[in-house]
Design a protein. Structure first.
Length: 73
């Protein structure tokens, strides 16, 4: 979910996004994901997308999209 959050922050912040192709090789255990984990990941993507949409429209501002965070005290 972290990767989707970073992408959503970049989009909301108005930053450009590029892609760099990296050749990779996956072995069978690394390239498969169980049903439960894939559903959890998918729900996280949907949640991040909805939060980003709400932030972009100004209806709800989640701290994930706070472009001027306050320093920790």
């Amino acid at each position: 979910m972290f990767d989707n959050q970073v992408l959503a922050q970049a989009i909301i912040g108005g930053y450009g996004i590029g892609e760099v192709s990296v050749p990779t090789r996956y072995f069978a255990e690394a390239s498969s994901i169980g049903f439960r984990r894939s559903v959890r990941y998918g729900m996280g993507v949907v949640a991040t997308t909805l939060l980003g949409l709400l932030a972009r429209t100004g209806l709800y501002r989640h701290r994930l999209f706070d472009l001027n965070p306050r320093p920790a005290t």
